[in-house]
Design a protein around this ligand. Structure first.
Ligand code: ATP
Length: 405
């Protein structure tokens, strides 16, 4: 059976993955078998998400009534019911529903009615608390397929410590990254000297290590020195796979979806207030504004290095009419040409303009010339893929360390 759960947390605490990890233990204690423990991220632009729009699915074997009742009990015990935006959903399905619902939930928007229709069609057991919105994520989790997958080891804090400062030795995380990168990633941001894998929110997560296999995330974890954990769980996930990105062209983008869009740079990028960089792409007479926000740090220098005529593939979420860049592929660089008055062929002095469309004149010897000097400047950037740093990475974005195509 597939057990899906979502929407149990609030900004003040809890995490649906913690509930999932507790359920794994409860199922095993009750004599059920656990085959797979899955963490799926859904549309990063979903309006009611608390943080990273995660839902969980546990594939288990045994009595589904027992599983349903254990999961319901944990939702009632742990969900943050007092938060208006916490609307838990629980699904137990004997078969995996049509993955089309998962794809819609990861790339688009779904309604609670659509989720209920899928569940009724499957004859699944389900329960929604309060407005039942969590049924969307819970249904997407049980319907999920992972043609590409990564792993995350999540370490959870002892309950008495929830909400208190986390004790994780910074140097040990850098050591874990040094020993296991590129098989694990995003534990730290080396360029910006920041620890990325330890959250700052009041939830039960102590840290999370992402990587290409259970063995690598477990190996990285072995280097980390930290407060004693309550439990640790390795999840199989769709994180770092770019499944949210849809291939489209300029002019056909819809609000709240995420895209890969080809285009030609139309204007020199500008840096606005707060250090946000704005890039305008064109495709015929259609235009698309892309943003590299201040938290994307050094990535902005790549964007600033683009000039009109460069061709790129821009990737990111389309929100409020702009594409918020997660990564960019620079396909071709235009010649960066500047025109200036030539040197005087007679005396070698730099000539000056003789007036609009009148060519150039030497102020020293009076010689005249029609043609300017054309200088081709060397480009500060090169072709290839460029990405935001780990501190600014979205859960679903595929890091370039993972063999991007
Ligand atoms: P957690 O860290 O516990 O997973 P979260 O950031 O995942 O928190 P939730 O509390 O799960 O956020 O809230 C997300 C809500 O949005 C859920 O109710 C989920 O069912 C719903 N949801 C997820 N994806 C979509 C979607 N594509 N369209 C509409 N609603 C969605």
């Amino acid at each position: 059976m597939f057990i899906g759960i979502d929407d149990t947390d609030s900004p003040a605490g809890m995490c649906t993955t913690y509930l999932g990890a507790r359920l794994v233990e409860a199922l095993r204690d009750a004599g059920l078998e656990v085959f797979e423990v899955r963490l799926v991220r859904l549309n990063p632009n979903a309006p009611f998400k608390t943080r990273g729009n995660a839902a969980v699915c546990i594939e288990a074997g045994g009595d589904s009534e027992v599983a349903f009742s254990l999961a319901s009990g944990l939702v009632e015990e742990l969900a943050e019911f007092s938060c208006a935006n916490t609307n838990p959903g629980l699904v137990v399905a004997e078969r995996r529903p049509d993955p089309a619902f998962y794809w819609k939930a990861v790339q688009d928007f779904c309604t609670i009615e659509e989720a209920r229709a899928v569940l009724d069609r499957e004859g699944a057991q389900y329960r929604g608390w309060k407005n039942g919105r969590g049924l969307i994520g819970a249904t997407a989790a049980v319907a999920s397929v992972l043609p590409d997958r990564t792993w995350e080891l999540l370490a959870y804090r002892r309950r008495a410590l929830w909400g208190t400062p986390r004790r994780v030795e910074r140097a040990s995380i850098f050591a874990a990254e040094a020993e296991t990168w590129p098989h694990t990633w995003d534990s730290v941001d080396r360029e910006n000297n920041v620890v990325v894998c330890v959250p700052h929110t009041p939830d039960p997560v102590l840290f999370g290590i992402r990587g290409e296999s259970p063995a690598w995330v477990t190996r990285a974890r072995s280097f980390i020195r930290a407060e004693e954990t309550e439990r640790e769980q390795v999840w199989v996930t769709n994180q770092g796979t770019d499944v949210h990105l849809i291939a489209r062209t300029i002019g056909s983008l819809l609000e709240g979806r995420s895209y890969r869009v080809p285009g030609r740079v139309a204007e020199r990028p500008t840096t606005g207030e707060g250090g946000h960089v704005c890039l305008v792409l064109g495709d015929g007479d259609r235009h698309l504004t892309c943003m590299a926000f201040e938290p994307t740090k050094g990535f902005r220098d790549v964007v600033r290095g683009l000039i009109p005529g460069d061709t790129v593939l821009a990737c990111g979420s389309y929100k409020h009419g702009t594409l918020n860049l997660e990564k960019i592929r620079i396909d071709a660089l235009a010649d960066d040409r500047a025109v200036r008055p030539p040197l005087c062929p007679a005396c070698g002095t730099r000539m000056t303009s003789a007036g609009k469309e009148k060519g150039y004149k030497c102020r020293t010897c009076g010689a005249r010339s029609k043609e300017p000097e054309v200088v081709t400047r060397s480009r500060a950037i090169r072709t290839g893929w460029f990405e935001v740093p780990p501190t600014a990475r979205r859960h679903l974005s595929k890091p370039l360390t993972r063999d991007i195509t």
